[in-house]
Design a protein around this ligand. Sequence first.
Ligand code: ZN
Length: 217
Amino acid sequence: MITHRPSSELILGYAAGSLAEPAALVVAAHAALCPETAAEIRRLEGLGGSLLGTLDPASLRADALERTLAMLDQDAAAAPDIAAVTAETRALLPSPVWPYVKGDLRHLEWRRRGPQIETAALIGDGKAQRAFLLRVKGGHAVPRHTHRGTELTLVLQGAFCDAANCFAPGDIQVADPTIDHQPVAQRGKDCICLVALEAPIWFTGPIGRLANHFVKL
Ligand code: ZN
């Protein structure tokens, strides 16, 4: 059962189209697993649509229709052929993530970040705002850290806990610079999460503090 949902502010930002792509991807992926969030997004988008309907047509740019159609074309180009999405991909990833792996988990490039931690970039490798998959071996921890922006973490497989809460598949954790935590993957299955970061995290443990100079996560 999903017990940790995004804040109303985040859902509103998503419905209004104002979130950066990494954060929007995590909210969309969560909504694909959480009927309650999906219903709230539909309600807000409906409200937005009825507001648009009251706008004076003259306030739209003359090329608005062409621009919208061009954007739709781009989306169609990015989305993989549904029939080509592999069973492994469907089993692990919610549908909004499929285009980012071209429908096949074999397109992921896993990089080792520590003895028990791997990441695979989805958006913006090397940039400040990023989305990636995080895989932590069951029973192991992500080094203690705080945040220099918002960190959104959606659990896809396994589970993790920090000192405050536990998160299971479909749950989303929203962390920010006020939170210093050490997420620990539950024993058993690897914990796989979809993560969006606004800025690299900042390690705060005794060894991690040194690692800040060498490792960016
Ligand atoms: Zn964190």
